[in-house]
Each structure stands twice: as structure tokens, then as C-alpha cells.
Design a protein around this ligand. Structure first.
Ligand SMILES: Nc1ccn([C@@H]2O[C@H](COP(=O)(O)OP(=O)(O)OP(=O)(O)O)[C@@H](O)[C@H]2O)c(=O)n1
Ligand SMILES: [Mg+2]
Length: 407
């Protein structure tokens, strides 16, 4: 098979392959970019595999960076782009089910391709677009099948994350996992606990954001793999519910966790924090999801949010909440929510026309907890439209509030 009209990413990288070949070595495009191009999907990064050893690669180019030289990876810098170029290698050891104890550089493309996870990821492409298909990856791409290269169990023992990758690709590509490969996942699912939570999380989020998430979820449930993900062992009913929802698509990481928190029927923000801590997400994500989940509750109960709730949620988490509410069947037109938010007198605390410094200058209050309380009252009054956001009106209100507090 020869691909014509290669995406620009490949055209730009072609001189790199040409240079390596001119020096007498082999070099190919490999991995996801080849797979996705054949599927007609956009690509993000192009990976190059070569028979040249790292030192030989470095000798051919002016600017290189040793990004992973012990595994054979050198980044070649060319017209503002970086190209990861990895020497053909075999791997051995895998005592921790995560990574090889030893990698050995080899000169054979076939040796390199046969240690890869799935046949559709074991395709190589020459710079001219000719696809090298040594493991029938093209037929599997055509048929929509995820099949491990060689003995599936061996591939999952080498890197247990590949089991998550299988269900993730099933979702992203809408593919079916071939029977022996799926059986090997069932047999080895418990090995997932050997994998760093962060790596599992990335695959889980990609699965949920995929084009056909139900495909991935069904495989996750059928193989019991979900039972070895953090905090998921008891979530069979939740996953079944997720699978049964009318066709849905989650566009962001925030929306995936908000939907999960909702379907898991977590009682409060603290329980959400605990879940997300177990998955080692960022604090920023946790805050966003807690805010979105709170807004989701209000949308379900009242179909709208009061001004102070809109203000506290913020537009980003509000959008997340509404995306999830729409999947659950109680969403609002997004334009309506955005308009309600934009119509708030202020969108940020810092937009209040009076600040703590002003209160002290005007001798309304001395620094201390009372100041925070008064500012909070002013903020509520402005956001709910009880007072105009003007220094004079706010000064008057502040005096009144301070007086009542002092009585
Ligand atoms: N656990 C893994 C990870 C990667 N690979 C190989 O390395 C390539 C590149 O890996 P990566 O970029 O992680 O995945 P992609 O298949 O390129 O998918 P994505 O589109 O998500 O980048 C894969 O295609 C596959 O050949 C593998 O065999 N086993
Ligand atoms: Mg990739």
C-alpha cells in the first residue's frame, strides 16, 4: 500500500528520513501517526524509527537533544520542530510489568515492530508513503480489530498499561478487541495495579472522551479490568448505567470526572475530592469538578442557577455542568446559561468597586475578620443586584453593615 498526499507533518519530516537513508541506514515513520493517517484522522506527532544507533543519528544532524538516549531516543531539531527518532530495539526483562529491564539496539525493522502492542500500531511507513505491514495491521485496521502482536499475554506482561490502551483505542477508533487479546486482558487484569495511577488515568480519560466510549466501557466491564482501577471495584452498576445512557460524547477531562462523580452518587464535595485524590489529578481539576458538580445539582433541582451560584461556579465549570446535564437529560441551552452569567453585574471579586483598602481609609473598619465579612456582604449585594457597583453606594452600604455589626 502506498499513501499519496501525505499530511504536512510527514512532508516536513521527510528530509530527516532522507538524511538518515543517504548515510546508509533505514528510517521509517512508525506508531500512531501512520495508523491515524491510514484511518484518515488528523495526527499530532510523528515518530521515526531507524536502524542507526543513537550516536550515529547524532552524528548526522547539527542539533539534537538526548531526550531518552538510554532507550535509543534522540530528538532531532529541524526548522523549529522536534522529531523523536528511536533506534530499532528489542526489549527484555519486564519484571515489574511496566518497562523492560534491558533494551538492545538492533538493525532489523521486524525485530522492532514485533515488540509493539497492537498490529495496527506495528505499521511502518517509508518517506515516500509506502506502508510496511509485517503483522497484518492493515487488515485489522480495515476490519476495525485490535489484535496484540504475537502472543497477547506476553505483550501485556511487558507493559500492563497496554490493557488500558486496548480499551482506550476501542473507544477512540470504535474497534472491536479480538477474542484472544480480550481473553488475555481478562486473565491479566489484576496486573493493572502495577501501573502508576497517572498513566492509567490518562488512558481512562481518553477512553471516556473517545468517539465510541461505550465500546471501550463494554470491554472494560467484560474483562473486569475496571475492578483494578482506583476506587472502581464496586462500580459495576455505575458503569452499566453509563453504558445505557442515550448516545453521549464528553468533550473535556473536566466533564468526564463530573459525570462519573454524579453517577457514582457521591454525597458531597469532600467525597469528590477523595475520589480525585486517589486518581492523582491536579488540585485545579478537583476545584473545577466540585464546582461543576455543585452547579449540576442546582440545574437538576431548579433548572437554573441563582446569581450568587452562577458567580461562584464561574463560566468554565458552568459549561462543564451543562454539558453533563445535557447528557443526563436536564441540560439548558448553553446560550441561555452563558447569557445569565454574562449579565451578572460583576464576574470577579476584583471587579468590586470598593476594596479592603478603601474600607480602612474611610475608617469603616479596621483590618481583621470583620473586614472580610463586610466585603462578602458587599459582593453578594452587588452580584444579586441589590446595590449598584459604585464606590459611593458601596461605601454607604458598608457603613450600614458595620454599624449593625457594632451594635
Ligand atoms: N505501551 C506501549 C506504548 C506504545 N507502544 C508503541 O509505541 C507507539 C507510540 O506510542 P504512543 O505515542 O504512546 O501511542 P500511539 O499509538 O501513537 O497513540 P496516540 O495516538 O495516543 O499517541 C505505539 O503506536 C506502539 O507501536 C507500545 O508498543 N506499547
Ligand atoms: Mg503517539
Amino acid at each position: 500500500m502506498i499513501l499519496n498526499a501525505l499530511p504536512t507533518e510527514f512532508q516536513q519530516a521527510k528530509p530527516i528520513i532522507d538524511t538518515i537513508e543517504a548515510a546508509g541506514y533505514e528510517a521509517y515513520f512508525v506508531g500512531g501517526s501512520v495508523r491515524d493517517t491510514i484511518l484518515g484522522k488528523p495526527i499530532h506527532d510523528v515518530d521515526i524509527a531507524t536502524s542507526a544507533f543513537p550516536a550515529e543519528v547524532k552524528g548526522l544532524f547539527k542539533r539534537t537533544v538526548d531526550t531518552g538516549i538510554e532507550h535509543g531516543t534522540v530528538m532531532i531539531l529541524d526548522h523549529g520542530q522536534g522529531y523523536e527518532t528511536t533506534t530499532f530495539r528489542t526489549e527484555s526483562g519486564y519484571q515489574d510489568f511496566r518497562r523492560p529491564d534491558q533494551v538492545t539496539f538492533v538493525r532489523s525493522l521486524k525485530e522492532d515492530l514485533k515488540r509493539r502492542d497492537f498490529t495496527i500500531n506495528a505499521l511502518a511507513m517509508r518517506a515516500d508513503g509506502e506502508v510496511i505491514d509485517l503483522f497484518d495491521g492493515l487488515a485489522d485496521l480495515q476490519a476495525g480489530v485490535l489484535r496484540a502482536v504475537g502472543v497477547a499475554e506476553d505483550r501485556f506482561h511487558e507493559d500492563a498499561l497496554r490493557m488500558m490502551r486496548a480499551v482506550r483505542f476501542a473507544s477512540q477508533l470504535g474497534f472491536t478487541i479480538e477474542a484472544d487479546t480480550q481473553q488475555a486482558i481478562t486473565d491479566n487484569a489484576a496486573l493493572l495495579t502495577k501501573i502508576a495511577v497517572e498513566r492509567t488515568r490518562v488512558e481512562w480519560e481518553k477512553l471516556l472522551m473517545g468517539q465510541q466510549p461505550v465500546r471501550g466501557l463494554q470491554a472494560l466491564v467484560a474483562t473486569d479490568l475496571y475492578r483494578y482501577m482506583p476506587q472502581m471495584a464496586a462500580q459495576h452498576a455505575m458503569l452499566t448505567q453509563l453504558i445505557a445512557l442515550p448516545a453521549w460524547h464528553l468533550p473535556t477531562i473536566e466533564s468526564t470526572w463530573t459525570l462519573l462523580a454524579w453517577l457514582m452518587k457521591l454525597p458531597d464535595g469532600a467525597a469528590i475530592r477523595q475520589l480525585l485524590k486517589a486518581w492523582k489529578t491536579s488540585n485545579e481539576l478537583i476545584d473545577h469538578v466540585v464546582a461543576a458538580w455543585t452547579a449540576l445539582n442546582a440545574l437538576q433541582q431548579h433548572g437554573e442557577l441563582q446569581p450568587m451560584a452562577l458567580f461562584k461556579t464561574g463560566l468554565a465549570a458552568l459549561t462543564t455542568a451543562n454539558t453533563v446535564a445535557t447528557i443526563l437529560g436536564f441540560g439548558q441551552p448553553q446560550a441561555k446559561l452563558t447569557a445569565a452569567y454574562t449579565a451578572l453585574p460583576i464576574q470577579d471579586k476584583r471587579d468590586l468597586a470598593l476594596n479592603g483598602g478603601d474600607l480602612i481609609k474611610q475608617k469603616i473598619v479596621t483590618p481583621g475578620p470583620q473586614m472580610g465579612q463586610i466585603l462578602a456582604q458587599l459582593l453578594t449585594a452587588v452580584v444579586t443586584g441589590q446595590v449598584a457597583n459604585e464606590p459611593q453606594a458601596l461605601t454607604e452600604l458598608a457603613r450600614m453593615v458595620a454599624d449593625t455589626k457594632n451594635d
